[in-house]
Design a protein around this ligand. Sequence first.
Ligand code: HEC
Ligand code: HEC
Ligand code: HEC
Ligand code: HEC
Ligand code: HEC
Length: 469
Amino acid sequence: MSDPREKSREETRLFGLAPRYWLIVLAALIVFVAVLAFGVTALLVDIFEKKQEARDPFFRVVELTDDTTDPAVWGKNFPQQYDAYLRTVDMQRTRYGGSEAMPRTPTDVDPRSVVAQSKLEEDPRLKAMWAGYAFAKDFREERGHAYMLEDQTFTERQRVVQQPGTCVHCHASVYTAYKRLGNGDLFKGFEALNKMKYQDARKEVEHPVACIDCHDPKTMQLRITRPAFIEGIRAAKAAEGIEDYDVNAAATRQEMRAYVCAQCHVEYYFKGEEKRLVYPWSKGLKADEILAYYDETGFKDWTHARTGAACLKAQHPEFETWSQGVHSRAGVACADCHMPYERVGAVKISDHHVRSPLLNIAHACQTCHRVPEDELRSRAETIQGRNFEMRNRTMDALTELIGDIEKAKAGGADDERLAAPRDFQRKAQFLMDFVEAENSMGFHASQESARVMNESLDLVRKGQLALRD
Ligand code: HEC
Ligand code: HEC
Ligand code: HEC
Ligand code: HEC
Ligand code: HEC
């Protein structure tokens, strides 16, 4: 006979399990669900983190704000970019570029023990071209970004004339200084600093170009911080028929990879009593369009000491020249060649050691051109060699025109008689200087550089003819 209690136990079995096992099953179930939940959460977290990483691949050690100027602080979050940035102190020559370390004895007024080589010593004809201007005193090869502030502070050009605060726009991390002096308004700060004496403006800045000048501290996206470029590119776009261009809102990422450099590597002048920094692009970016702008506004940098011509000094028009070349046309930006990607472990980072790409052909060129390194260097140097030859011939011709005008002046020719030859000198010299001052020795746009020199040579010829009749 079966025990009735057995029966009741029998009935209370669940899925054939006696009640004493229920607890074990329940516990196992709870553990299972917990493990499952943990697994799913971990997976979700992982996916989320990967997504975050793709959007924002940075591990933050310190909080960066829109007032963090010191690049060493940014370097805590981005050690690789910072280390490369510091290497811009390196000095290494290439055939036509780079820079050579020249030892010098420090003095009280200039404590530098190493400077870049003098361009005036390399080519004394430059002194004839700039007679009467500060550039005829001291003009050197440019070197790495690490030196920009000290080279500007101690150039002899500071001692022959009183320079304005405007100079620091392109030689220092000036973004927070502008905001501070403008009470939060970048443009007001810009205007305040422009008007100062250089020595006073210099006290407002501390670092060469730094992370904050090119990056938004929250997103690390590229951004434009320089008022003169914001205004200049708006004028250039208006010349193309695009009104009210707002660079930070409208530029594509690839455009930004050139524009951040174009904040400084451009032709410029100081406008009016306020010494406002202006990029003269309202007629376009080409050398002759810029010359037409200066002719229309009647601007001159100085009066030539030997001929009396109202002269212009062209300065580092890398952006304008690049914009006329085949690489720009193909969408290749400054950063593609001067800050190429390199692989570090699983990530691709941009090489912040900004320098001559010919010192880094493997990363700078061979990603696009599957050609041996020596062949690529040779192609670049062939372009540069031809440009150098044209430059020398044009420079000789210009030097002759300067000599001819000087002779006519000494022989009693009056201002009226000299007006046309002087104007030809002004124009020929600016175009010649536009190619000379551009730092790629023709590489950025070889055909355009040749065209501009050809125009210069023609103006020299017309100047000499004008002296004859
Ligand atoms: C297709 C590649 C390429 C692009 C794009 C490019 N450059 Fe260059 N750049 C070069 C080469 C090559 C040289 C010559 C370097 C040399 O002679 O050592 C050069 C030279 C220079 C120099 C002088 C460097 C030195 O060491 O003397 C500066 C400054 C410069 N470029 C700035 C710019 C800026 C600014 C832009 C964008 C507006 C730009 N480059 C776009 C390839 C490029
Ligand atoms: C629009 C930006 C800009 C402004 C404004 C500017 N610079 Fe520069 N400067 C540059 C760039 C870019 C270079 C590097 C290319 C070169 O040397 O051609 C440079 C190079 C230099 C150098 C090193 C090479 C040399 O010429 O001996 C000195 C010194 C210098 N600048 C002084 C000054 C002084 C002084 C002022 C004010 C009168 C000034 N800069 C204003 C952009 C600028
Ligand atoms: C705030 C202004 C500023 C910005 C922005 C800037 N540069 Fe420069 N750059 C300079 C000055 C000034 C020098 C010359 C420093 C000196 O000679 O002391 C220079 C020098 C250089 C050199 C010569 C380096 C060498 O070793 O000879 C190269 C190449 C260069 N810049 C490329 C670039 C590129 C590419 C960008 C954009 C990614 C850029 N620069 C952004 C002002 C600037
Ligand atoms: C003259 C402008 C300039 C300065 C100064 C500058 N960067 Fe950059 N940086 C760039 C450019 C251009 C890129 C490429 C961005 C792109 O392709 O969208 C970049 C990219 C980056 C990135 C994204 C990852 C990568 O490497 O491509 C980080 C992080 C970064 N920079 C950190 C820094 C830090 C830290 C400093 C200061 C030590 C600094 N940058 C200074 C121009 C600059
Ligand atoms: C992001 C890609 C890219 C990079 C980086 C690049 N190039 Fe180019 N290069 C091009 C393209 C695209 C053309 C145009 C070719 C065409 O459309 O047929 C070109 C054209 C040229 C030409 C022929 C045009 C001329 O000016 O005579 C030379 C030479 C050249 N590149 C050399 C170089 C060198 C040297 C470097 C490195 C400093 C370099 N390129 C970096 C893409 C690149």
